[in-house]
Design a protein around this ligand. Structure first.
Ligand code: ADP
Length: 165
């Protein structure tokens, strides 16, 4: 069966930074589960179904990758899926404190599950879904930060968004 890791996030929407982590994660693990974590009480730009569809479109039919969604405790999902690790990406220092707390909490909940961090590719240091949405909503171009399929969907949500940079 090989080693499986769960890569959790909100993926609202998937960005080139996420894709970089997914590709590099496949160099370490045999299989990756891209897990859309959602809170039914929190609003998001894209629905879970839209996010799933966008991720599926980007990853194609690579058998090592699956997409799933979950609103419960991450560590329960990891145990149920028989994954060994949680994969996370690290960007700026601002990510570090939150990621550190999250990793320690998950370790407290189950010591057998390790969190593995991949440092962001330098190109994707500032690539984050929230800032992308903010820029797009104000008409800014986010070309090159998200796949073209995501760019198209953002254009539907934010018609004033420019297409070039
Ligand atoms: P975001 O923070 O962009 O809204 P998520 O909550 O979906 O994204 O993040 C899921 C995981 O992917 C987190 O571990 C986050 O640090 C990582 N990640 C997101 N964007 C990048 C990036 N540009 N480079 C490296 N890791 C990233």
């Amino acid at each position: 069966m090989g080693k499986t890791a769960v890569y959790p996030g909100s993926f609202d929407p998937i960005t080139n930074g996420h894709i970089d982590i997914i590709k590099r994660g496949l160099g370490i693990f045999d299989n990756l589960i891209i897990l859309i974590g959602f809170n039914p009480n929190k609003s998001s730009l894209f629905s879970v179904e839209e996010r799933t569809e966008l991720i599926r479109g980007v990853i194609g039919d690579d058998k090592r990758l699956t997409v799933d969604s979950y609103s419960g405790l991450l560590i329960d999902y990891v145990k149920d899926s028989e994954a060994c690790c949680i994969l996370r990406g690290l960007r700026a220092m601002s990510d570090f404190e939150y990621e550190f707390q999250l990793a320690l909490m998950n370790r407290r909940l189950d010591r057998r599950v390790e969190t593995v961090f991949l440092m962001t590719g330098s190109k994707w240091f500032y690539c984050n879904s929230r800032i992308i949405k903010e820029a797009a909503s104000l008409g800014g171009s986010v070309k090159g930060m998200v796949p073209d399929s995501v760019l198209k969907k953002l254009k539907v949500k934010f018609p004033t968004m420019k297409n070039n940079n």
